[in-house]
Design a protein around this ligand. Structure first.
Ligand code: IPM
Ligand code: MN
Length: 350
């Protein structure tokens, strides 16, 4: 039995989670996977209900589960709370508490979304990039401080923190095209010099993998002018946050970008986008990032590659049939809502 803690969160979180459950239930039936689901309060909605964004009951629930499926957290309503009470703090605490240092964000180009990407038709054919973002270190977790006149965030990385993340990138690069882009700012940052040193050290263990070191500013440019050069990317927490949103332009929308946060006993699956409060509750959100996160859960937690691929293929097919949520709509598309998109995907899984 695979026990999944389901944390819908805020904004569009509840509707994308509810819709993705249609897919999960179909997979459960078709592949006879024994799942159990339990919902927990998390984020701003948890703060409203209990006074804390990460209630004790939810901590207990996630620790007793095999995986966590999360919607999204945050919204203007909670933006002025003190740091520790903000929904985003709960998310960082969840990642840290479960030891999820490795955030995997696969980005791929969909022919059906040719009109949504900024590149010329055909240019992105076959592009498929995996970003490994370090998730429990760097500026997000360093010492922070604030006075009236000054504020600071500290970036610090240990050799071990860099090693364990970068090695996952090498492992995958070895199985794929044997190209690894490591992104840093080693011309300025000491942490980046350590990053580069450790990456080069691991390279000796994987000599067939060709490593390209790029400065983050240049990497941002390269993702625009020559995205086809990338296959596997490894980078630190904040650079990975920024570049993975940027890379989502390859998939046509941030609403297409799933993520798996790995490295713990209990791993976390969540779309890479936010809670989109402006469209919350309107059945407009794209559930695909969440549905593809479910596929990652099937792959990594359930180790059921066949089921994972069935979900991914179903997404491809529904897009190829011309269905789209508003974020990926365009000429000739059949625009559907959140729930309808999930139903269409669930219906083709077999
Ligand atoms: C993400 C999000 C989060 C992050 C926020 C909500 C804290 O942007 O998962 O990319 O920065 O990690
Ligand atoms: Mn982000």
């Amino acid at each position: 039995m695979v026990k999944v803690a389901v944390l819908p969160g805020d904004g569009i979180g509840p509707e994308i989670i509810e819709s993705s459950m249609l897919v999960v239930n179909k997979v459960k039936e078709v592949f006879e996977i024994d799942f159990s689901f339990q919902k927990g309060l998390f984020g701003g909605s948890a703060y409203d209900a209990t006074g804390t964004p990460f209630p004790t009951d939810t901590k207990k629930l996630v620790e007793e589960s095999d995986a966590v499926l999360l919607g999204a957290v945050g919204g203007p309503k909670w933006d002025n709370l003190e740091r520790g009470l903000r929904p985003e703090s709960a998310l960082l605490e969840l990642r840290k508490r479960l030891g999820l240092y490795c955030n995997l964000r696969p980005v791929k180009y969909y022919n059906a979304l040719e009109n949504k990407v900024v590149w010329k038709p055909g240019y992105l054919e076959g592009v498929d990039v995996v970003v490994f973002r370090e998730l429990t270190g760097g500026a997000y977790f360093g010492t922070k401080g604030r006075t009236e006149q000054e504020a600071y965030d500290t970036i610090s990385y240990s050799r071990e923190e860099v090693y364990r993340l970068a090695e996952r990138g090498f492992e995958l690069a070895q199985k794929r095209k044997k190209i690894l882009h490591s992104i840093d700012k080693a011309n300025v940052l000491e942490t980046s010099r350590l990053w580069r040193e450790v990456v080069n050290e691991i390279n000796q263990k994987y000599p067939e993998v060709k490593v390209e070191h790029l400065y983050v500013d240049n990497a941002a440019l390269q993702l625009v002018i020559n995205p086809r050069q990338f296959d596997v990317i490894v980078t630190e927490n904040m650079f990975g946050d920024i570049l993975s949103d940027q890379a989502a332009s390859i998939a046509g929308s941030l609403g297409m970008l799933p993520s798996a946060s790995l490295g713990g006993k209990v791993n976390l699956y969540e779309p890479a986008h936010g809670s989109a409060p402006d469209i919350a509750g309107q059945n407009k959100a794209n559930p695909i990032a969440t549905i593809l996160s479910v596929a990652l859960m099937l792959r990594f937690t359930c180790q059921h590659e066949e089921a994972a691929q069935a979900v991914e293929v179903a997404v491809d097919q529904v897009l190829a049939q011309g269905y789209a949520t508003i974020d990926i709509a365009g000429p000739g598309k059949k625009v559907v809502g959140t729930k309808e998109m999930a139903e269409l995907i669930a219906n083709i899984i077999k």
